[in-house]
Design a protein around this ligand. Sequence first.
Ligand code: SF4
Length: 299
Amino acid sequence: MILRYKSGDITAKIREGSRVIIRDVDFHIIEGESYALIGETGSGKTMIALSVLRLLPENITQTGGSIDFCGVELSCLKSLRALLGKDIAYIPQSGADYLNPTRKVKYQLRDSLKRLGFKGEELKAACIDNLFRAGFENAREISDLYPFQLSGGMAQRVTIALALCSHAKLIICDEATNGLDYKAKTEFVRYIGELFPTAAKLVITHDIQVAGECDRICVLCSGRLIESGKAAEISSAPKHPYTQALLSSLVRNGMRQTPVLRESEGDCPFYSRCAYACEKCLGEIPLVENESGMRRCVL
Ligand code: SF4
């Protein structure tokens, strides 16, 4: 087991007091497995990524949760910092924003490689090799550029090269396919799988086609886990009404009502938009386990 995550309650301070924005989202990822967290804007997937990285904003607190990485509890930012860039790699949403604009690509890669103990000629060669493995045939030329001289797709590949400057057991891909075309998006998960065959991959996405390329999917709606299971099954024949809506694009990122915070405790978070909603949906809906995964729905 690489990662065992339990969210507990993640609570946001708001003007009126506080509100639980994520509750009881638990999952694990084993070696070599890719696990997608999917949901629209406000579903909580990025907050979960931030909580795994112990980087929740100041007005957000987490109680009762735990993060077990390879059998060790990550209790604080300090314990995580020792692993970041070595055992845990992060591939961000926008490579162009993530990279330091004032430093050439090669120096940013070399900084990461130095942390692994590379020196001298070996350091320079590993930098070029990682750019090459990340898909740059002209790796030497790219290494001499500043990030602002790269296109969005090239900058994203540089962040992949940075992730390669690690012995990562866990890769966190945070909406890393945003801005890529359809072909590049669906190939991304396979590509990451080839580059990091033994690492656990946590793929944060709002795109069910990207999630469908993973091994397993966890669907979030307003901070609650509402369906999880094998990606092939969920992406081809989703059972939960919310997942069906995601798949048929009835709920699109930012295009429909998107409850950033749950309106009421207990009720199904999809209640106001569900075609099957009934009185039974107004109470606390338990997460029920079945042979193919878990589901939170009265149907
Ligand atoms: S619990 Fe009710 S409202 Fe929620 S998805 Fe299921 S049928 Fe729809």
